[in-house]
Write a protein that binds this ligand. Structure first.
Ligand code: 4AZ
Length: 279
């Protein structure tokens, strides 16, 4: 993926320069990170952002992050994993929050050796605490609209221009590195069944997207797949893949539309007002 900050700099250079498909960045982008401090040995030598970075996520409503279920469990919430919002820089930028509730999709099933996770979604509710910059309340981050939330939103077919963002690895396998700065890559939706590794293992609640040498990768999970034609809208959540950017197996995303997960997200975030109350 290329750096969003770099893309923005190119944009300023003039109309001939490459343009980011996300003209105004990705203000809904969240980072889910571990603030564990007891690292030892080889882990201690790695940069802090690389030790802490766990997953991406998207702000979808005030106080709510949509991410992948495989990104976080209740144990990790209890150990103090946090959410970071409002920055391209995962090292120390933005504003961080305490996670006070995790709602994993009731039908989530982890990946198996034969195939991808099922219903790989979780919702995180977050609140400000003593580590949260108090001035953050003056400029709340901007949520991304969910596909299907407006009349006229359809299911995403193949050949749609979409963009994925994250702090994940630059390749699969040895020598791969997390990125300290948020990166983005423009890809296209493709048929999952054309991928030899996915045929027969995917279902209609999944979406595949890729382009030659372009993909999401480990650490990007939970992050947004955005439809970039017109107003940005969240159409997918980074979930799984066989390798990264290897040409034959595109990235696999949880599909978001009227027939897929919109009701569940609405129920969790709206139907129980108690869950929306900061405590
Ligand atoms: C992962 O391990 C992962 N190439 C995420 C996305 C992709 C592969 C792996 C897509 O979280």
């Amino acid at each position: 993926m290329r750096s969003l900050a770099f893309a923005a700099a190119l944009l300023i250079a003039g109309p001939a320069a490459a343009q980011s498909a996300l003209l105004h960045g990705a203000p809904w982008q969240a980072e889910i990170y571990s603030n564990f401090s007891g690292w030892t040995g080889k882990d201690k030598a790695r940069p802090q952002y690389a030790r802490e970075e766990r997953c991406g996520g998207s702000l979808i409503a005030a106080g709510w992050i949509l991410t992948a279920a495989h990104c976080i469990d209740q144990d990790q919430v209890d150990r103090g994993w946090r959410v970071r919002l409002g920055t391209l820089d995962a090292r120390d930028g933005g504003v961080t929050y305490r996670i006070d509730r995790l709602v994993t999709h009731p039908d989530y099933r982890p990946e198996t050796k034969d195939g991808p996770p099922l219903n790989d979604l979780a919702l995180l509710h977050f609140v400000a605490d003593g580590q949260t910059d108090p001035s953050a309340a003056d400029h709340p981050p901007i949520p991304i609209r969910l596909n299907g939330s407006r009349a006229g939103d359809g299911a995403i077919g193949t050949g749609a221009d979409v963009t994925v963002t994250g702090w994940g690895k630059n390749k699969s396998g040895k020598g791969a590195r997390f990125s300290p700065m948020l990166r983005e890559v423009d890809v296209q939706t493709v048929s999952c069944n054309l991928a030899p590794g996915y045929r027969g293992k995917v279902n209609a609640a999944m979406l595949c997207a890729g382009a030659p040498g372009k993909d999401s990768c480990q650490g990007d999970s939970g992050g947004p797949l955005i439809l970039t034609y017109g107003e940005p809208v969240l159409v997918g959540v980074v979930s799984w893949g066989i390798g990264c950017g290897n040409g034959s197996n595109p990235g696999l995303y949880v599909r978001i539309d009227r027939n897929n997960y919109l009701d569940w997200i609405g129920q969790v975030t709206k139907a129980n007002p108690k869950l929306n109350r900061a405590n």
